[in-house]
Design a protein around this ligand. Structure first.
Ligand SMILES: Cc1ncc(COP(=O)(O)O)c(C=O)c1O
Length: 429
């Protein structure tokens, strides 16, 4: 889809008047008035056709399989021959098929699934289940973690996202990341659950130690609390394994799936939990409903996503592409050592760590100008998140590395024009 520059201005005006004037003025200020038009594989093109970006943000994993993946579109079209949303109260062929497939692909007795529409909704349900099942109320999360902007999910997050909405809900506590002692101190007989992302993305693609994840598993188990693992970003092969938590040899009690399950085409999310917890819903089968959650059409898409992502060759491909980044980024750190400090990576879950916050933030703008979408992590702005679609090929890796090199070379110039305050909290959350 393409429109003229004049038509583009009209779209921006309509967006400003009827959707968000704040977003329009922010993007105008930084010369980032990009409107997605044509899109394919890892690329998105402005609606005028004037600018193309290689997508290294992928909406946090929504576009794991690239934009408008033809297999996914075909699944959706096939699904329309038989299905619609379905009825959220009745027994459903599609929810049964999809839940069985997820259970087959999960380890242990992670055998039950409740579907949702957004990641936040799926996290909310995980917390409801943890409280309902244990009869306890305390929910522990990590400082700088992020689980969504809905009710309970918001309550697990940092104050900057909650402050305008009044005091936090009671029972929610945050502890520092990767700190076993702090977790040990906080988890007690009132704790319903500890919730953590496998790799906290908003905290700057911070990779936990295996020791930490295993300690969390042990401590929660010993105190009768549940361990909720948020795989919204790390699921579906992002880390080179189907589920990110597999790297840590742990069996969570509840796993939250989102973003990538949609294939970038149809929103669908899932809360997966171990068999014993089903007892809570057996007693209360209608205590949680979601009208669109687990739409029968969406299930057709999600089944195709699982088929593609669980293929051993696909996962091998992700690991191969990740190994290319692992060899090509460190020389860039040597070249730009005044700016770039560290490369964080678990498969294609990657982060470029700059020495200074302002450089992490300004890199987002510099990357945009050289044709790459990579966005800083809002809870550690020294880090630019690098999550390209998993289907990229070797040539794309070289293109991305060249663009990173070029963008860093421009940081000095941009630093003279913009201040961090210009960007922070304004550019993108
Ligand atoms: C790790 C994680 N959990 C949960 C969510 C919330 O998902 P949604 O925006 O679909 O509600 C997000 C969204 O960015 C996320 O990154």
């Amino acid at each position: 889809m393409r429109v003229s520059k004049k038509e583009k201005r009209k779209i921006i005006e309509d967006f400003k008047k009827h959707v968000s004037s704040g977003k329009v003025s922010t993007f105008r200020k930084y010369g980032m008035q990009f409107i997605m038009g044509e899109r394919s594989g890892p690329y998105i093109t402005d609606i005028t056709g004037d600018k193309t970006l290689i997508n290294c943000h992928s909406n946090g994993g929504v576009f794991n399989l690239g934009h408008r993946n033809t297999q996914i579109i075909e699944a959706l079209i096939n699904g329309t021959q038989y299905f619609d949303i379905g009825n959220h109260h009745l027994i459903s062929i599609q929810r049964a098929r999809l839940a069985r497939r997820i259970a087959e692909l999960m380890p242990g007795d992670l055998d039950y699934v409740v579907f949702g529409v957004s990641g936040g909704e799926a996290v909310d349900l995980a917390i409801k289940l943890a409280r309902g099942y244990t009869g306890r109320h305390k929910i522990i999360s990590i400082k700088g973690g992020y689980h969504g902007h809905t009710g309970f999910a918001l309550a697990t997050g940092d104050e900057q996202y909650r402050a305008p909405f009044g005091p936090n809900l009671p029972g929610f506590v945050q502890v520092p990341f990767n700190d076993i002692e702090a977790a040990k101190k906080e988890i007690d007989e009132n704790t319903a659950a500890f919730i953590i992302e496998t790799v906290p993305a908003t905290l700057g693609i911070s990779i936990p130690s295996k020791e930490y994840m295993q300690a969390l598993r042990q401590i929660t188990h010993d105190s009768g609390a549940l361990l909720i693992i948020d795989e919204v970003q790390t699921g579906f092969g992002r880390t080179g394994r189907l589920w990110g938590f597999e790297h840590f040899d742990i069996l969570p009690d509840i796993v939250v799936l989102g973003k990538g399950l949609s294939g970038g085409i149809y929103p669908i999310t899932a809360t997966v939990f171990r068999s014993p917890m089903e007892e809570f819903f057996r007693k209360n089968p209608f205590i949680h409903v979601s009208t669109f959650g687990g739409s029968e059409l969406g299930a057709e898409v999600a089944l195709k996503v699982l088929e593609i992502s669980s293929d051993p060759e696909f996962l091998e491909h992700v690991r191969h592409i990740a190994s290319l980044f692992a060899s090509l980024i460190p020389p860039l750190i040597d070249k730009h050592k005044n700016y770039l400090k560290e490369f964080r990576q678990l498969g294609l879950m990657m982060g470029l760590v700059f020495h200074e916050e302002k450089h992490g933030v300004i890199f987002s703008k510099a990357a945009y100008d050289v044709g790459m979408l990579s966005i800083y992590a809002n809870n550690d702005r020294r880090v630019s998140q690098l999550l390209p679609p998993l289907i990229i090929e070797e040539k794309h890796v070289h293109e991305i590395v060249e663009k990173i090199d070029l963008a860093i070379s421009r940081i000095k110039y941009y630093s003279a024009i913009f201040t961090v305050a210009d960007f922070v909290g304004r550019l993108l959350p």
